[in-house]
Design a protein around this ligand. Sequence first.
Ligand SMILES: [Zn+2]
Ligand SMILES: [Zn+2]
Length: 458
Amino acid sequence: MNRDLTIEALLGASFDCGCGKHHSTRFSRMIMKSGAIAELPGLLEELGKKRPHMVCDTHTWAVCGEKTAEILRAASVDLTFSVLESPEVGDLPADELSFGKLCMAFPTDCDLVISVGAGTINDLGRYLSYITGRDFILVLTAPSMDGAVSGVAPLIQNNLKVTLNAHAPVALVADLDIMTKAPMKMLSAGVGDILGKYNCLTDWKLSNIVNGEYFCPTIEGIMRGAIDKTMKAAEKLPERDPQDIRTLTEGLVLSGMAMDFAGNSRPASGAEHHISHYFEMQFLFDGIPAVLHGTKVGIGTVMMLRLYELLAGMEKPDFAALRKSAAERPPFEAWETEMKRAYRGGAPVVIDLEKKNGKNSIEGLLKRLDVIEARWDEIQALAASAPPSARIREVLESLGAPVRPEQVGVCPQYVEDGILYAKELRARYTILQLFWDLDLLKPAKDILMKEFVKDEPR
Ligand SMILES: [Zn+2]
Ligand SMILES: [Zn+2]
């Protein structure tokens, strides 16, 4: 279908699509400009809100919260706020303690929650507004990840990442005067989260080919437009031109809207996110300070695009031999033991998922092998259409972003386990599962370990 796919045209969009689905997003209000926070009092009046409660951490209070409070108070708005203490190392965790502090300071007579921040503060505020039944406004301080307009909040519960229902913002306020001053590591993390879409869109199409999973070319088009624009702006980000910051922010916001359109996170999350989540889980278990989401996704993207390159250059596998050896794959019990080792406290969730989904069952494997053999040329052409991993690596490195897991403190064992087992985190079909289907995941792991890890385990 031919439609205007700019962000302005898509705000609050609701349309019947050529893919057969009706797409809609409730996200409809965005003020992105220089001096945007000065428009907050008018926005509150328009929304009929009189007693907002603002949520910050000490860091976002300094960069934007204090100024926002001044503006609201100067307009005689009856404002209350909570400022969480930022840790000296790493970022504030979105866990029970942080959330508990916000709950205990929550004024029950407030009629709106405003988060001033990016990742964690956004997630905490969104969830707080949801469980207290208040509307939510996000004042974004940095374009570091794509969860700004999402209707779910990834939080940490018992050292495990859980995704809980939350309120999407009724309005997003992005002040370019503040965003252009965001730390480079946050900008490069935003770029990493966006460039990850090159991989996840390819994963999505791959699943459409292999499993017949629903796929929407319009949503894909929206995302491709956003990532291509971000790719062009990325290397100029150190100059901090507001237009480039806007391009990056729009890309991240569009990713959130694309998830609304699809009804799940397929257009924004594939194997590059699964491997990032796997590393994050290990950090949580080991008590290592958090690394920005988009930074880990950027690393995962370079690794997964490398797998697509291997796929594009591969000889056609011997499918008859693969079918014959299918029954020799490790039995469920052996796999379960590996999950308990690799996932520790997270193992029960992963094991339950496999019991329900059976994506490693021999029956499912045999079915997929037939399709992969029949559509091999199409699959290789898809793999060849993904951008070269070296190009993505170059862009991230030009921003000073890490491109190998060890640069953010992931030990070789976790890298190895991540490549082999990150696919077990979700029922979603990705490049990692395709390599498993072809019985090539272990050899591919060996190649990635040589290229991405200096000190291999064992
Ligand atoms: Zn569609
Ligand atoms: Zn992401």
